[in-house]
Design a protein around this ligand. Structure first.
Ligand SMILES: [Zn+2]
Length: 286
């Protein structure tokens, strides 16, 4: 939690160019979160000690790590947090597209990690593409993904999805040909999952729309940030061949109470007969 709060404070105006400097900037001993360099210089993706969140460790090469082509759907708080976290890795590169038709509003400033006040009124995808341009070549596409027709010519083999609307997730899942990571916020907690084509999908995870949550979007910055951070870690793990196992396919995390032993619930995703996506795992049950 402390890590997230400090990053929000740092914001885009003080983007820190390297992981090592980030470590220096935030200090070495804040709460249970720690991100930095190992004694031998290998980048540790993320370590959350004490067992509160249990993200585990990933050791990455110091060589350039190309994440390949990734489509990022939504340029809101979750996606911006994921990109912000990925930008902290000095040797990570990727290309792809970022899709959203929204413009930056004043109400976004507290939690959109790539955004500053001067961005109000501008396209979210354009500002995200511009900020990431040194490392990530993201084509900004001003559109709301609907999955209809040849709107964007098909999705990439890796997709990051940062929207809270559950039916929208179903549609992206239907259109995703490969791996999909889904990050969302709900009731002051975060939901993070990833789905390969043979896994139970995000429709199995959330087969019913959450109508009660539709009108209340969490605005606490670090809740959104943790969602993006968890999404970024899933992408890195997937790309370097260290994915979470099926028993960690879903994370339900409550950042407000990381002091509690069950603040992080790592769970498998079960295939569901009434999956609205009708994914292969669900259809195999019939
Ligand atoms: Zn499914």
């Amino acid at each position: 939690m402390f890590v997230a709060c400090e990053l929000e404070f740092i914001g885009r105006s003080r983007l820190i160019p390297s992981f090592a400097e980030w470590e220096v900037a935030k200090g070495a001993n804040h709460g249970s979160g720690r991100v930095g360099l190992s004694p031998v210089g290998k980048v540790i993706g993320m370590v959350v000690s004490g067992g509160a969140a249990g993200f585990g460790e990933i050791s990455l090469s110091q060589e350039i790590i190309n994440l390949g082509c990734v489509d990022v759907i939504s340029a809101g708080a979750i996606s911006q947090a994921a990109l912000y976290a990925l930008l902290r890795f000095p040797n990570v590169r990727m290309s792809g597209r970022i899709l959203d038709d929204d413009i930056t509003a004043e109400s976004n400033l507290n939690r959109n990690m790539l955004t500053v006040k001067d961005d109000i009124g501008t396209s979210k995808v354009q500002l995200a593409a511009d900020i990431c341009a040194d490392k990530f070549h993201l084509q900004p596409i001003v559109t709301r993904f609907t999955g209809t027709g040849s709107q964007i010519g098909g999705l990439a083999s890796r997709v990051l999805l940062g929207v809270d609307d559950i039916p929208s997730r179903w549609e992206v899942q239907r259109q995703s040909p490969g791996w999909l990571a889904v990050g969302g916020t709900s009731h002051f907690s975060i939901s993070s999952s990833d789905h390969s084509p043979t896994d139970p999908c995000c429709g199995c995870l959330h087969p019913v729309d959450d109508l009660a949550g539709g009108n209340s979007i969490p605005t606490v910055s670090f809740v959104s940030f943790w969602t993006g951070l968890a999404t970024a870690v899933r992408l890195l793990r997937q790309c370097v061949g260290q994915p979470y196992g099926r028993d960690q396919q879903h994370l339900w995390l409550t950042p407000l109470r990381l002091d509690q032993p069950h603040a992080a619930l790592w769970l498998p995703v079960a295939p569901t007969r009434n999956c609205p996506v009708r994914c292969p795992a669900s259809q195999a049950l019939k």
